[in-house]
Write a protein that binds this ligand. Sequence first.
Ligand SMILES: Cc1cc2nc3c(=O)[nH]c(=O)nc-3n(C[C@H](O)[C@H](O)[C@H](O)COP(=O)(O)OP(=O)(O)OC[C@H]3O[C@@H](n4cnc5c(N)ncnc54)[C@H](O)[C@@H]3O)c2cc1C
Length: 521
Amino acid sequence: MVFRLIIITCLFFYYCSIPNGRSEVYSYKIKQFVNSWQSNQTIQYPADEFEIQALIKHAYQQGSTIIRVIGSGHSYEKAISDEQDINAEQKLMLVSLEKYHGVTIDKENNVAIVKAGTFIGPNPEVGNKDIKKSLVWILNQVGYAVPDLAGITRQTVAGFLSTGSSGGSLLYSFYDVLVGIRLIDGKGTIHNIYKQDSKFHAVGISMGLFGIITSVNISLMTKSFYVDGSETISPIVPPSSNFSVGCPIDIFGDGNQQYPSLTKFFKTGADFSRLIWYPQKDVDRSVIWKASKYDRKPFPPIVPYQQFSETNLTAVSMQIADAFTIMNMLAADTEEYYSLVNSIFDQLQPIGKQEFFDIYYNSLPMDNHLSFKILPISFTELWIPIEKTKEVMNILRNYYLTHGVNATGNNALEIYTSGKSHFWLSPSYSTDAVRFDWYWFDNNPIGTAQNFFQQFWDLLKPFEYRCHWGKYLPDDYNGHRLHKLYPMLEEWLKIRNEMDPEQVFVTSYWRKIFSIKKLEK
Ligand SMILES: Cc1cc2nc3c(=O)[nH]c(=O)nc-3n(C[C@H](O)[C@H](O)[C@H](O)COP(=O)(O)OP(=O)(O)OC[C@H]3O[C@@H](n4cnc5c(N)ncnc54)[C@H](O)[C@@H]3O)c2cc1C
């Protein structure tokens, strides 16, 4: 009762302090672009390739317009466009491909030709309104699938691929079936780049800096599949086969016959997996999600994965948003606060286990059932060779134990993997990687994402991590540091320069990261 009263009082004062109430605070990132319309900034919605080409040619000839293409707008804003670039001499044109979607199945060549603006999969946030237009749905109609999916599927195909995004698997990747990319470069020239071409592994992950991808070819080689899996919520230590006492994985140790180490779990525990760690004192809880392909017949009945005990997407998201707000506002290293946080997580993520069985596109995107309008989150994600998992986990544990609420925050750390990639700018280029993904609730009344993430950028710097391109990057993630991390970067930049000699796609943000010199005009 007292706990409820504290929450209601805090929320009352919090909402009173917001100028236009909840709807403004929860406005969606993409809307910000449209609303902040200015005379030297515009957004275009081309409906065919000819129009896309015309926009680029116009910018190329005109010389003072930067073009940035936007998918679903789920990346860190600056990865898409940078307000710094709008000034009296320079214009910014955002190109949205929301009218440019669709999938053609080419049975003869065994490929699906997917227009760049096509959504990958369902988006329960809008009641799955467009599910029948999504890639996974259309592929499923002809018996095929993509090999893996991320935690959500509301990204566009080109936006997802352009930042090197991927799901949590060492075995399967969306990129495994990518066999062709059609792109209009900075001069307006159309390129068809296939897997055997030398530029293919450069263009695949290029953050809109080579041109606008208009379609991709996906090989029809993964048959549609079902997965069975489980999610276990338990204390993160000690290892135990009883989830109410401890964790089924030896998270910080070497593991043994009974409990695998975390590295072993990622490598052999399941086809797809992830660990969520709530490191707050007295909570210290793990959520182990795993799933594997299921091909034995007959199939068991469908049992959908359910992320939180409440099934209503809006209600769950609001409940979590409220909890985060309270925890952020009251944060203090006191026994009262720890006990409050513990009781909140007991409600949100109670100790327990569920099992599920479903078609892959309803199970692998385990975060699909949250509203990111109500629960806007920023991320930073550091990719490290998988052999370092135990070492990093122990450093983090020690850090959380010694740095209190400023380190643990009010949210979770997601830990998952990605298999070795051939794409030059993939953060898992030539190495299997473990990924550490910190969450920051954007409506936290106190603090900033940048400041919160900085401590982890500093802490793990000796591990020479590579960062997810669609999420927050450290300020000093550039220059020599990047060349050391990405051995093919120089070649990548050379191709970029050939494709975009007038720097039509270069924003200040990307210019700094890749040390792209300004053109002398
Ligand atoms: C809630 C949430 C969950 C997420 N889960 C995961 C996850 O599990 N795994 C993971 O790896 N990532 C994850 N991400 C990150 C997300 O996958 C990436 O940010 C992705 O790039 C977003 O796709 P988008 O369609 O929104 O592209 P946008 O964010 O709109 O664009 C991303 C980049 O691609 C460029 N781009 C877009 N379209 C084109 C095009 N046609 N041609 C050339 N360039 C283009 C843009 O200019 C920009 O630089 C998550 C993000 C959120 C918000």
